[in-house]
Ligand binder design. Structure first.
Ligand SMILES: [Cu+2]
Length: 408
């Protein structure tokens, strides 16, 4: 049979693929496990084929969109096309089909190959817009913490936000019990608590049962939810959360060829971050390390504003799912939040001239105390008074007062 070589080649290819698949699956399982065990490290695996690990709510949402929608779609379309090609090769070659049909149009086929891609694009578009929204809308969650009161079941807060941000739905509040060890347990509306006063001046949360002595209550109120939302939620549990409003702003200014950063809320200073010279860094961090890390506190929402001095640059941080243009004469903003205390790396992602590849971004996530010490250090370098040193006492008094106010 003349068709035999083709069939044999296909069978060989298929068996190769099947043999490779289990090994690959084992690889992936091992990888997932090692990620859990080892401490998160934002370095680049030269042999990696997957997305870099997600370290912020936006990046997690991007990953679930990619894994739940795009990957199955890509695999399905590729297999369909492969099947069609094989069918055409076998069925319509010169020997199998010596007298080809002569028609040039088929309306039904044209309608199908127009309508199906439109439908596929619509499926991709809906969660994409959801994602654009969470990247673009600044989180507005307000956190209310309550002192431990044995037996207390009613907790209130003033709903005195601007009208566009007022809490009007059950979905706008998140009620959690935090244990002494810091473990968070989400309480469920109707089962664990009831809400009164939504859309009014004061919202009151009534627990069905008082919390155990080792737990305290934290309410987060805000309208922007982030995470697997209504569409992506179809493919798994609703893991969306209300993200607290930003506690600090960083302004990143791109220029040929480096980044300048300022922290407008923490004093009138700006510092440059240039690519660290190769001899000052490791092979792994070659062209990723900089002369100055950006430093942010873990677990807090950070607003990042980007602009540029000369041409268009782009501030990109893959672990946070951020790639935002830095345009001269214009401010763009987005946000991130991560609990992982490590150093993250990114690069300019808009070709901006001959040294475009030499403007990395390094961002170090530290505890609140370390962040404050770093701010004071920065201020000292610029000849400014410290902002936090010797002020712990005043801060403690202040937060005590705020808690007392929340309790009333
Ligand atoms: Cu650039």
């Amino acid at each position: 049979m003349t068709r035999l070589p083709v069939v044999a080649a296909l069978a060989a290819l298929t068996s190769l693929f099947l043999a490779a698949a289990p090994a690959h699956a084992a690889d992936m399982a091992g990888l997932a496990q090692s990620l859990v065990q080892e401490q998160f490290q934002d370095t680049i695996d030269p042999k990696g084929i997957d997305l870099r690990d997600a370290a912020s709510p936006v990046a997690e949402q991007i990953h679930s969109f990619y894994n739940a929608i795009l990957v199955p779609m890509k695999v399905g379309i590729s297999l369909l096309i492969l099947g069609l090609i094989i069918w055409v090769v076998l069925r319509f070659n010169k020997r199998a089909n010596p007298n080809p049909a002569k028609f040039s149009h088929n309306t039904l086929v044209e309608v199908i190959w127009t309508a199906v891609p439109v439908f596929i694009l619509l499926i991709i578009a809906v969660p994409s817009f959801e994602l654009l929204q969470v990247e673009d809308v600044m989180p507005d969650g307000q956190v209310f913490e309550y002192e431990k009161q044995p037996g207390q079941t009613q907790f209130g807060f003033a709903n005195d936000f601007p009208e566009s941000r007022m809490v009007t739905k059950e979905r706008h509040i998140e009620v959690a019990a935090i244990s002494d060890s810091g473990a968070k347990r989400l309480l469920q509306a109707d089962d664990d608590f009831e809400v009164a006063g939504l859309g009014e001046e004061r919202v009151l949360v009534t627990l069905k049962q008082p919390l155990p002595a080792n737990e305290r209550l934290v309410i987060t109120a805000g309208r922007s939810r982030v995470g697997a939302g209504p569409v992506l939620g179809l493919f798994g549990p609703d893991r969306s959360e209300i993200v607290p409003a930003p506690t600090l702003t960083i302004k990143a200014t791109g220029y040929q060829w480096g980044w300048a950063y300022s922290y407008p809320e923490y004093g009138d200073f700006e510092f440059d971050a240039l690519m660290a010279p190769p001899e000052a860094t490791t092979e792994e961090l070659y062209r990723l390390a900089t002369t100055n890390d950006i430093v942010v506190p873990a677990g807090e929402t950070v607003r990042i504003i980007t602009t540029a001095r000369d041409v268009i640059h782009s501030w990109a941080m893959p672990a946070f799912g951020i790639k935002i243009d830095a345009i001269p004469g214009r401010l763009n903003e987005t946000w991130f939040k991560t609990d992982i205390e490590t150093t993250f790396y990114g690069q300019c992602s808009e070709i901006c001239g001959k040294d475009h590849s030499f403007m990395p971004i390094s961002l170090r996530v530290v505890s609140r105390e370390e962040f404050e010490a770093w701010i004071d250090e920065r201020r000292e370098l610029e000849g400014m008074e410290p902002m936090f040193a010797n002020q712990e006492l005043a801060a403690a008094e202040q937060s005590g007062a705020a808690r007392a106010a929340a309790l009333k």
